[in-house]
Design a protein around this ligand. Structure first.
Ligand SMILES: [Zn+2]
Length: 448
């Protein structure tokens, strides 16, 4: 490789100024114009918020005032950290909030805050505080360049079979038990989930695993698996999962943990997807799964991945969809975040385009910075995996609270959960392969 004399890179000035602008309604061309503006030295995109950094007094020239949400004068990039939004918020994260989007927030910390270890959630699996890399997309709104693809009539028929009233009824049933990992009622909810899967003709198992107990030692809890065996490709597996355990503000509490949004909404979704999909006799196998032990550190999904490794079945897994908190909407806009890793950007796009075709009212944000839910163990095992989560979850006042009850998820719960269910079922039906409904047994009996 030839040695080329290159000019020295200009030093990054420690003292710069930044603005945060709202790009919620901007198009792709407007956003790239802001990023490339001559007054901008570097940028960071967090969903609907864009941080623009430049010299003091200059950077404001890169955006009209009406777009500016906030300003930071004279800051030091070394003191900025990206923080994964999660349980630590309850005790107050250090530093000053600058911007947020896609389950991440940008915080400015003082030198003394940085001198101490930064607080971490109890799960210990997440890289929760990250340094800022300039010119990076943390999460971005899906902005299609062209009109959505036409609906496939066979997939449309699956999408139309999603029953949001039935889903919300299942969600409500699940909230009737305190589903704390440590309480006596978790097993009752597990038995009910098993009954639902059995009623659908799935092969049901409830493998036990251990996790740390509430007062030392280990406890044994169970995942629940309802397996559909594929009619044509039984050794090609798709996993559809969501955790059924819950918690309130005190993670050790064994009572008052109804967990409607977190995560009866996701667990009921797994059941609803099973109810719909078995009618279409998928060609590939589908493992419908409800995990335990998520709240204390993703123990159920980690246990499942290690059991797949031990049985040699990991290679059969072609795709994974997990759902965590899909019912709340802070306003009438239906927002979803689809999260995976950058390896699986095509998979992320598959969900975005399915939404554009089958649920056009759904606003989609995509993130390639995964953390802190049941998608993580599968991603770490190299599997194509996605998390679906509604995008207002951090605004939900009853998150991890004893008030996380069905009535608190709000009037849009069925529309919000339904939009995510319909998008998910469209993708799963496509990758699993389905029979045309006309051939599915029993259809003739109900046809007019
Ligand atoms: Zn959850």
């Amino acid at each position: 490789m030839p040695i080329i004399d290159s000019p020295p890179t200009p030093p990054i000035l420690a003292q710069q100024s930044a603005i945060v602008i709202d790009i919620g309604d901007a198009d792709t061309a407007q956003i790239s114009a802001r990023k490339q503006d001559a007054h901008v030295r570097w940028w960071l995109e967090l969903g609907d918020q864009l941080l623009l950094v430049g010299d003091r007094g200059e950077v404001r020239k890169a955006a009209p005032d009406r777009e500016v949400l906030g300003e930071m004068v004279d800051f030091d990039r070394d003191r900025l950290r990206l923080h994964a939004l999660g349980c630590v918020r309850e005790s107050g994260a250090p530093g000053r909030l600058i911007a947020q989007g896609g389950r991440w927030e940008l915080r400015e910390l003082s030198a003394s805050e940085l001198a101490k270890p930064l607080p971490s959630t109890h799960d210990g699996h997440s890289d929760e505080w990250r340094e800022v890399q300039p010119d990076t997309v943390i999460a971005e709104r899906y902005r299609p360049e062209s009109a959505p693809a036409a609906a496939d009539p066979a997939i449309q028929s699956v999408v139309d079979s999603i029953d949001t009233v039935r889903w919300f009824a299942d969600l409500t049933t699940l909230t009737g038990w305190d589903r704390s990992s440590y309480g006596s009622e978790l097993a009752l909810s597990r038995a009910w989930i098993e009954t639902q899967f059995n009623g659908l003709g799935l092969t049901v198992s409830a493998p036990a695993f251990t996790m740390p107990g509430n007062s030392g030692g280990q406890i044994s809890v169970n995942n629940v698996i309802g397996k559909w065996t594929g009619t044509e490709f039984p050794d090609e597996w798709i996993i559809v999962g969501g955790h059924y355990d819950s918690r309130n503000g005190n993670i050790h509490s064994t009572v008052n943990a109804p967990g409607a949004e977190d995560n009866a909404s996701g667990c009921a979704s797994v059941i609803e997807l099973a109810r719909v999909l078995v009618d279409f006799e998928p060609k590939r196998s589908i493992l419908f799964m409800c995990y335990a032990g998520e709240e204390q550190g993703l123990y159920g999904s980690y246990a499942h991945v290690s059991s797949l490794q031990n049985s040699g079945d990991l290679g059969k897994v072609q795709a994974v969809v997990t759902m965590d908190m899909i019912g709340y909407s802070a306003d009438s806009t239906l927002d979803v975040l689809f999260e995976s890793s950058s390896t699986w950007s095509t998979y992320l796009n598959q969900f975005a385009t399915a939404a554009a075709t089958y649920v056009p009212q759904l606003r989609v944000t995509l993130s390639s910075n995964p953390f802190g839910s049941d998608h993580v163990p599968y991603l770490q095992a190299g599997k194509k995996t996605l998390l679906a989560i509604e995008n207002d979850w951090d605004a939900y006042p009853d998150y991890h609270s004893s008030n996380d009850t069905p009535d608190r998820i709000g009037p849009n719960a069925q529309a919000m959960g339904g939009a995510i269910l319909k998008t998910s079922v469209a993708v799963i039906a496509d990758i699993a392969g389905i029979r045309d409904r006309i051939f599915v047994k029993g259809f003739e009996a109900t046809a007019p």
